[in-house]
Design a binder for this molecule. Sequence first.
Ligand SMILES: NC(=O)c1ccc[n+]([C@@H]2O[C@H](COP(=O)([O-])OP(=O)(O)OC[C@H]3O[C@@H](n4cnc5c(N)ncnc54)[C@H](OP(=O)(O)O)[C@@H]3O)[C@@H](O)[C@H]2O)c1
Length: 404
Amino acid sequence: MTRDTNTQKALVLIVAERDVALLDIPIPTPGPGEVLVKVHSIALNPVDSLYVGDPLAQQATRVIGTDFAGVVVAAAADLASSPDVRAAAGARVAGFLQGACSRNDRPGAFAEYILTPYDLTWSVPASMPLASASAVSMCGVTAAQGVFFRQQLPCPFWPTSGWAGVAPDQEINYLVYGASTSLGLYAAQLVRAAARFSNRRVRLIGLASTAKHALLSAPPYSYDVLIDYRGDWEAEVRAAAPAGVDYAFDAISEGGTVRKVHDLLAATAAPHAFVIFRNDRSDLKPAAPGVWRSTGYRVPPVYGAAWEALGVEIGYDNQTIPAKPEARAFAAAFYTWLGSAAADGEVKLQPNPVRVMPGGLERVVPDGFALLGWNQVSARQCDRPEEYMRPISGEKLVYELVRE
Ligand SMILES: NC(=O)c1ccc[n+]([C@@H]2O[C@H](COP(=O)([O-])OP(=O)(O)OC[C@H]3O[C@@H](n4cnc5c(N)ncnc54)[C@H](OP(=O)(O)O)[C@@H]3O)[C@@H](O)[C@H]2O)c1
């Protein structure tokens, strides 16, 4: 698709028009610590369309998109002697950028070439298609932030305080609301990793449509209890865990789920036992830039933005979130762990099942964003008849810019 050696195609938000165009833009040059990646696949996240329909961006134009996977084609001069495989031309890597999800002028991932700090990418095992790898980075790190950074579960790559509110010999009940979401699929695997690492027995209880129960009861998720969120699910969770659940992960956090999930927590649940990923009903108020606090909850929902992983200041909503070096260090440790056994073909986190969509960048908005919708995950509606336009369920939408 590239016409000459200096320009590339990219999906660009025209802020004044709240519209996206496929434009020619310059191919960038890596700065210190950065690699230039030829993008093979991109994966879609709800935020990609959310901030096109309701832009945070204050510039005239912004390259959109978060998740990518591709091949390193150049590295900054300061990486010339780096022993890290991710800094070498030819490396198969995946990662995420912020796209147009902030006020800051940083390009996103929906382009033929992108720049990224090499240590915020992960090595993709040779056995894993880049289309699958592109589905991991943003929701994977968000789930890891929830499970390890915020809930402090035992972690194979980062020091945490461990299980809390449960006796050492007690089975741990962990609830995932929205178990078939991308976030939920990664959360279950990471909770399983925490259980293995600490040699504890965890009982996973998941809320998802019945059609997804077979997927979720099989490895690597291996849910113990699965309940359809369309029935009287609160009563069913209470029947499954009469004393309440010890931990909860609300991957939806919309339309009152935060309160309902909260009320299923055990009386002994730790103060950081409940993580959420949206602030749909303003359950949380900013107490300081980048710090959200709730009132009226026995176990306060803990919220954070995935972007903290990038370690840069973020103009977000009505506040400026300061750079958080510890959150960046956590993300770098997570990505190093993800790719740590790639050379041996070992996969630490199974990618979401992917739906490879027809076409390339030019089809992202008319098809992909039509399926994602423009705001709530629980309120998506798309009546297109094509088979590839069926609702998103337990999977990630992926576009291949380069077919492997
Ligand atoms: N805070 C952050 O940094 C951060 C980062 C990433 C994502 N998020 C947010 O987290 C949310 C989830 O994102 P995602 O990418 O994981 O979503 P997703 O994979 O696109 O979600 C699709 C899934 O949602 C499920 N679903 C829809 N309505 C539901 C309901 N009422 N109850 C339970 N499940 C329902 C569907 O389940 P069935 O098919 O089983 O019906 C479907 O599998 C989004 O709001 C996203 O913006 C936040």
